[in-house]
Design a protein around this ligand. Structure first.
Ligand code: NIG
Ligand code: FE
Length: 416
């Protein structure tokens, strides 16, 4: 049995004997910490913790790895509940086109955007797609992400959606970090169905879904509810079809316009609703009577220069709020969750405590991992960040460009 002991931890962050499932409203500012602490991990799980004043008397040192964390802090690793890291190639040309004045919508209307990635992905072998995606998974783990949700949605036909989901399955089977797979066939209408959206939705429901369910390739189902993509009614139709295969919903909602995606997500009891740039007071009211986690994707709003979602209003109305990266080639080519945390503070006015909760426990809830990740709690996975020597945890979002991660611990073992 693998045992690990972290000692002389300057500050052990977000410690709960029994952790809440998620944090809402004022609770988001609560961050229980222990100064000068130790943390023990056993067989890949957190087993015990305490103050150095009560350092455990160890009799059996055999097989015990000890890490001295003097001057460093230990926190739960980041949980990224919204990514598209399985993709082929990049889209720097569209980045330049936008600098030169074109909008995301204009680029999409010319066949760029998601359809550009779909074209590239269809031409890429499963093996090469797996290699590229594996590199991205490695990259985000070294940046402190210890659990990730990954979507399909660049295949847009049965064969290529299955190819993407099989790659996600292989990433899961690496057993590096927990991976949840989301089927996003309804990400865009592919060119061959341009004049026949109904035909494409039928294909999603009657062909893709049964094939995916048969191979057990997805945990969730998602829809891009947006003008020019899928309407609220179509979103509902796809989410209801997913329910028949026990896939819980997630929704890309209110990103470029108000499209009633939040309303639909709440009606379908989606686990999360993501983006929210055009979220209204009425939507906030709807979310209050739901279990759906509102999730902001600050990388996408930043990269596309969108108006900012009303983060403060959401929290001040007593709701929970999560922040994820949306790592993808078109609207957020970064999976750096520490940077997302900085944006949460700088652009959205979350305090460091709220921001830490928004990228750990609340994102864990948004992918059904709240009992495995998100806090320092006995029985949860020993998936942790050891920071470099810092004075306070506020320095993490403050020093927005600095790499302050000294080490990442995955399943009780050193990752980098
Ligand atoms: O989450 N909003 C829709 N989908 C992705 C962007 C996909 C792309 O441009 O490739 C997102 O931002
Ligand atoms: Fe997305």
């Amino acid at each position: 049995m693998q045992k690990l002991l972290l000692k002389n931890i300057k500050l052990l962050i977000n410690v709960y004997e029994n952790a809440p499932q998620k944090l809402s409203g004022k609770q988001m500012a609560v961050l229980p910490c222990i100064n000068d602490a130790w943390l023990a991990c056993d067989d890949g799980l957190i087993s015990d913790y305490g103050s150095m004043d009560d350092f455990p008397g160890i009799t059996d040192w055999k097989g015990l790895e000890v890490i001295d964390c003097t001057g460093k802090m230990v926190m739960p690793g980041f949980v990224d509940s919204h990514t598209h890291i399985v993709y082929a190639g990049n889209r720097e040309q569209e980045f330049v086109d936008r600098i030169n004045g074109l909008s995301y919508e204009e680029i999409a209307n010319r066949g760029g955007g998601i359809l550009n990635s779909a074209k590239k992905l269809r031409e890429t072998s499963e093996e090469f797609l797996f290699e590229q995606s594996k590199q991205r998974l490695k990259e985000i783990i070294s940046q402190g992400t210890v659990a990730v949700e990954i979507k399909s949605g660049y295949g847009l036909n049965t064969e290529s959606e299955l190819k993407m989901l099989r790659v996600i399955k292989r990433l899961k089977e690496l057993n590096w970090i927990p991976v949840k797979a989301t089927f996003l066939g309804a990400h865009a209408v592919p060119t061959e169905f341009k004049e026949n959206k109904k035909g494409y939705i039928d294909l999603i429901i009657n062909q893709m879904l049964p094939a995916i369910a048969k191979e057990k390739l997805a945990d969730y189902i998602d829809v891009f509810c947006e003008k020019g993509y899928f309407t609220a009614e179509e979103t509902k139709q796809v989410l209801e079809a997913g329910k028949k295969y026990e896939l819980k919903g997630k929704v890309h909602a209110e990103q470029l316009s108000h499209s009633n995606g939040i309303k639909t997500a709440v009606e379908c009891n989606a686990i999360s609703v993501d983006h929210l740039e055009f979220c209204t007071q009425g939507d906030i009211q709807l979310l209050k009577n739901s279990n759906t986690m509102p999730t902001i994707l600050p990388g996408a709003a930043f990269f596309l220069n969108l108006q900012l979602p009303p983060a403060r209003k959401i929290i001040d109305n007593g709701l929970p709020l999560a922040f994820a990266s949306d790592y993808n080639p078109g609207s957020s080519p970064s999976g750096n969750m520490k940077l997302m945390m900085s944006m949460a503070c700088i652009q959205y006015k979350l305090t460091p405590e709220e921001a830490i909760n928004a990228v750990t426990l609340n994102t864990a809830y948004a992918m059904g991992l709240q009992n495995e990740a998100g806090t320092i709690t006995p029985g949860k996975r020993a998936n942790l960040i050891i920071t470099k020597e810092i004075n306070s945890y506020g320095f993490l979002p403050y020093a927005f460009g600095s790499d302050l991660i000294d080490a990442v611990i995955i399943n009780g073992k050193m990752w980098k």
